[in-house]
Ligand binder design. Structure first.
Ligand code: ADP
Ligand code: 5GP
Length: 206
């Protein structure tokens, strides 16, 4: 069976990453969404263990010390990290592994899993981003300003990504992310390709 692959979504807060991840989870069977650990407080409607694992700073620092994270970063004055063990399990069971991480997380995951593919999700300009963050009504004006400030740094990393989706018309963005995700089992993933080649040359079935 071909592997599901790994897909990393990054981009400014409010650009639509969660919306697109949800669309993939609803439309691709065997999708595993990597639930990050964070020290930020839950927003209204966010559930511990579903959207994030919400932990104290002490617990987060302990997890770093114990080497439990594949990557972690400080984003918008909070800590965020991706636990390694569940990712390894999901990969072994051929699931499509989805990440919603910042640009530092993207670098960390690609370093560990070079075959992972990545998408930078953006709005067409800053004004649209601001309107979406305000419309979402999950953050204070101060938090929104801080997140908008961070977009400058994030946008400078666009060229490190494999794909760019400008999330203007939502149905088109959903179609684009679905096409990308469906192509992943057929992209280069090192292990499968070389084992097929070895077996094929020895005339064994895969
Ligand atoms: P992120 O996960 O990147 O922070 P969200 O997926 O939460 O962003 O999207 C931010 C807000 O914008 C949400 O209220 C979402 O419903 C809305 N949204 C997402 N994509 C679009 C779009 N193409 N057009 C209009 N609103 C959108
Ligand atoms: P939010 O607070 O809006 O949910 O997320 C803020 C930012 O943190 C987003 O850019 C999101 O992609 C990023 N993020 C979420 N989880 C992780 C993670 O595990 N690692 C890293 N590096 N960034 C994360």
């Amino acid at each position: 069976m071909q592997k599901g692959g790994m897909l990393i979504l990054s981009g400014p807060s409010g650009s639509g990453k969660s919306t697109l991840c949800k669309h993939l989870q609803e439309n691709i069977p065997h999708t595993y969404f990597s639930i990050s650990t964070t020290t930020r407080s839950p927003r209204d409607g966010e559930i511990d263990g579903e959207h994030y694992y919400f932990v104290s700073q002490e617990k987060f620092l302990e997890d770093i010390k114990e080497g439990r994270f594949l990557e972690w970063a400080e984003v918008h004055k909070n800590y965020y990290g991706t636990a390694l063990a569940p990712i390894q399990e999901a990969l072994e069971s051929n699931q499509l592994v989805l990440f919603d991480v910042d640009v530092q997380g993207h670098q960390g995951i690609k370093k560990h899993y070079p075959f992972a593919r990545s998408v930078f999700v953006s709005t067409k300009n800053q004004q649209v981003l601001k309107e979406r963050l305000e419309f979402r009504q999950t953050d204070s004006q101060e938090t929104i300003e801080l997140r908008l400030m961070h977009t400058y740094r994030e946008m400078q990393h666009i060229s490190e990504f494999d794909y760019l989706i400008i999330n203007d018309e939502i149905e088109r963005a959903k179609e684009a992310i679905l096409c990308i995700a469906k192509s992943l089992p057929y992209t280069q993933n090192g292990e499968d390709w070389s084992s097929l080649c070895e077996r094929w040359l020895k005339n064994l079935s895969v």
